[in-house]
Ligand binder design. Structure first.
Ligand code: ATR
Length: 278
């Protein structure tokens, strides 16, 4: 078991960039009492051993954890106290040890996305098209709605999943939400966000170029050294501002770091540094 006070737990975990990001954040506050003893490591949990792994980590002095694939939903089910945004996301990506020894489950993914989008455009009053209806899409809906967009349209390959998500969120917001199939996406949008995993397979989405025409910002939650298929599609359709998800990754980490330490790190230099390492 690790001696670290903070970890990212997943399976696989070797590829995770979270330790680099958190070490860079902690270095920004060197000497500050809130980061005294801050040591962040990776923790590989067996596929059937997430709960035992978290318990061992706590017993060894762990104070907080990030949770990644495939344990975010399991962490959600097993955490007694959940933040509102974790409840809305149906998933937990951040755990914080409470004074009574229990864990608080939070989800900082949506806040990370929103913070990164706001570095480029305002969201208030904007028409959002969100592509995908899996965990990644669900996790960002509440934080996006908190920015008071004019509308949010959710398009997904499997229409029923988009419908179910809209039915879940619409009763709690006056903002008009709509579900549709990719082929039926019509109308004008200011912000288009790809939360599907289609880019992983190198695939483009069956969305008409005309949908991209007035878009001010195309955002792909995926990232990589090469341009993602979705951002290539947006570029060819004429969208000038195109951003990949590396900033969301650093942003969700910044939110977790803030939860644990009360400190707000400067994201920009860490993002530049991470970009240079891709
Ligand atoms: P995640 O946690 O990353 O959201 P997920 O819950 O498996 O993962 O969801 C993946 C999302 O990507 C879904 O919206 C999925 O569409 P379906 O609901 O129809 O399965 C979408 N997706 C995956 N591959 C896709 C592809 N090749 N084309 C379009 N959508 C795709």
């Amino acid at each position: 078991m690790t001696q670290a006070t903070y970890v990212v737990i997943g399976n696989p975990i070797a590829h995770s960039k979270s330790p680099l990001i958190h070490a860079a954040f902690a270095a920004q506050f060197a000497g500050h009492p809130a980061v005294a003893g801050f040591l962040y490591d990776k923790l590989l949990a067996p596929m059937d051993g997430f709960v035992a792994c978290v318990a061992q980590f706590a017993a060894a002095g762990g104070r907080g954890a990030n949770v990644t694939v495939p344990f975010k939903e399991e962490a959600f089910r097993l955490t007694e106290t959940l933040s509102e945004r974790a409840q809305a996301a149906g998933a937990v990506n951040t755990l914080q040890l409470q004074s009574d020894g229990s864990w608080l489950g939070d989800n900082t993914d949506g806040a990370g996305l929103v913070a990164d989008v706001l570095r480029h455009i305002d969201i208030q009053g904007k028409r959002i098209l969100l592509l995908g209806a899996g965990g990644a899409a669900r996790g960002v809906i509440l934080p996006l709605l908190a920015q008071e967009p004019a509308s949010l349209t959710l398009a997904n390959r499997t229409f029923g999943k988009a419908q179910a998500l809209i039915a879940h969120f619409q009763p709690n917001t006056p903002i008009p939400l709509q579900a549709c199939e990719f082929a039926a996406v019509a109308g004008q949008f200011d912000l288009i966000i790809n939360a599907t995993s289609a880019s992983l397979g190198g695939e483009r989405l069956p969305i008409a170029d005309s949908v991209f025409a007035p878009v001010a910002l195309a955002y792909d939650m995926m990232y990589g050294k090469a341009e993602t298929p979705f951002l290539a599609q947006a570029r060819e359709a004429g969208v000038t501002q195109r951003v990949d998800g590396l900033g969301m990754l650093v942003g969700q980490a910044a939110e977790a770091f803030h939860l644990w330490t009360g400190l707000r790190p400067d994201v920009a230099p860490v993002l530049d540094w991470m970009r240079a390492q891709l």
